[in-house]
Design a protein around this ligand. Structure first.
Ligand SMILES: [Zn+2]
Length: 205
């Protein structure tokens, strides 16, 4: 792609780093911004910088938060004995949208995936295991996507905590294999949490 301006080229190159955005789309977005008032570009870059510099990860559940402890963890009306284990913040948002869950979350930050070089120690698993060992957790619900990586991650965590006094369940698989939680419709996802099954039973299937 030949550019008439180095400044334009730099902007397009930066935007095209984003997932799913090729050079052509990046050019279209950048030209769109150029046609907007200055304030719009300022607001966009400020929002990104503010997010980058100020965002926190909840020290209890690892969810993205503006505070040290997120709003869900600090809500006294939530059941602290019930923890739903998810991959990332999008899953928390998807499950919250169903209004079917009144417990807390634990955000792993990914799934075990040897192919991508992601091992258990790259994820936020130890904090979860420690919570179980403290004895405050009555039930852990696995809500990872039903891929090989999701299953491996569930099983790894299960092995760490199986000797402790905690019920372990997994969301019912109304969500078809390979579907990411964020794409599941709210009713199906809500139902799959309500109709969760004991994890050990799911192992024998
Ligand atoms: Zn939290």
């Amino acid at each position: 792609m030949e550019f008439s301006s180095k400044l334009l080229e730099n902007a397009v190159n930066e935007v095209s780093q984003l997932p799913g955005i090729g050079k052509r789309t990046a050019l279209r977005l950048v030209l769109h911004l150029l046609r907007q008032p200055n304030e719009q570009t300022d607001a966009l870059s400020q929002a990104l910088q503010m997010m980058r510099n100020n965002i926190k990860f909840c020290k209890s559940c690892n969810n993205i938060s503006d505070l040290e402890v997120c709003e869900i963890c600090s809500n006294p009306n939530r059941d602290i004995g019930l923890i739903c284990v998810v991959e990332d913040v999008r899953d928390v948002m998807a499950i919250e949208n169903t209004s079917s869950f009144r417990g807390l979350y634990h955000v792993l930050g990914g799934k075990i995936s040897p192919m991508d070089g992601i091992g258990p120690h790259d994820l936020n698993i130890k904090l979860l295991v420690d919570k179980v060992k403290e004895g405050k957790v009555k039930e852990l619900i696995f809500a990872l996507s039903s891929t090989m990586e999701g299953d491996t991650t569930n099983f790894y965590i299960y092995k760490q905590i199986q000797d402790y006094d905690v019920d372990i369940s997994t969301i019912a698989r109304g969500v078809s294999v390979g579907d990411e939680l964020e794409y599941a419709d709210e009713i199906t996802l809500g139902r799959s949490i309500v109709n969760r099954v004991p994890f050990e039973a799911s192992l024998k299937l």
